[in-house]
Design a protein around this ligand. Sequence first.
Ligand code: SF4
Ligand code: SF4
Length: 396
Amino acid sequence: MQTKIKRRPFGNTGISVSEVSLGAMNVRQLPDHASVQRFLNAVLDQGVNLIDTARSYTTKDSRSTKNDSGVFISSEDMVAKAIAAREDIDEPIVIVTKGHGYDIETFDTHFAESIEMLQIRKEADGLYIGKTKVYLVYFLHGIKADRWQPILDSGVIEHAKKRQANGDFTWFGFSSHYGDDEVIKAAIDTGAFQVCELPYNVYNLSLAEEAPLDMIKYAYDHGLGIIDMKAFNGNGTTAIFPQLANYAGFGYDEMLRFCLANPYISTVDVGAVNMEQFNADIEAALLPTLTSEERDELVQKAKRVSPYLKSICRECMHCVEEFACPVGIDFPRILGLHGRYTVSGGLGFDTSDFRNQYAAFNPAADACIACGGCITWCEYHLDIPEMMQKAAADLG
Ligand code: SF4
Ligand code: SF4
């Protein structure tokens, strides 16, 4: 496809990917399938050749299986339908998808579900969706300390390598999050993975420049293709984002350019949900690369706000993709509201409206029975029961 988006090498895979790629998790926020298809087709028209999805990126959450408009949306299903309907895509598309298969049986189950949802067909010369050839990158999703030893013990990595050698998927990868440096290093050291997806943004360099060992550089040095997630410090479509932009004095374009100025990153996975957002991201990517002085200046501005961002919920909603609170609390949204309250209050802004918004939650934070079931699903290792107590005290 014709494209103005620059391409970068995708590790040692031998291909290049668009440096701005689509994280398709957020399409579940759109009201209906037609809107999602319009958006995905417009993204494909821009020559994006990497789309990041996951088995768990559906509208399933702790409240219902539908979105706010009452529609069920699966990101994998929508991506497959958009590509399958096209006959004009003139290069392979990289599809990244992920499962929580930390043992062989679950791996095979999750993989089979993704293949079916993505309509992927295996032919003699590779994998296809409709008439479009695809390179399928299959991830162990969200590896972290308590999952790593079971992964090693189960033999799932060797199993995945056999399936990769059999041509069931093209490249093997993993995603992980802040605080799991040791696991990330261990995963890279296995030599089994060709791709990884890690969080990196101007507010949080704790896996990279500010880490004892820069994991993004380490992955790059080991030949992995690196997908940067959370370039906007969490989900750029959530309510806290405009506040951060106001408080820190810079917004999407500078945050994206900050990430793109990191030479080790192959692609920044932006989670836009409409073409206005996506085109703004492309235009920002076309601006000159930030100098190291400009990057330092942004880091200093971000540091004025970042102390208030420690231990707040980013409303990424990953915790409710495979889990529901047993007493029905919409805990990520309560925590998200409390996070905005905390940041605003910390910086001296009016917080009265947050209490009004909290009054709409039923059950509210004080219904938490501290079972702790949610903790293992939180990407940010938040102590959710303790935070629920604080939310109840501050907002109730
Ligand atoms: S700790 Fe509280 S919020 Fe978390 S799952 Fe248990 S009851 Fe729900
Ligand atoms: S509780 Fe953790 S995983 Fe869930 S939305 Fe908040 S930050 Fe994300």
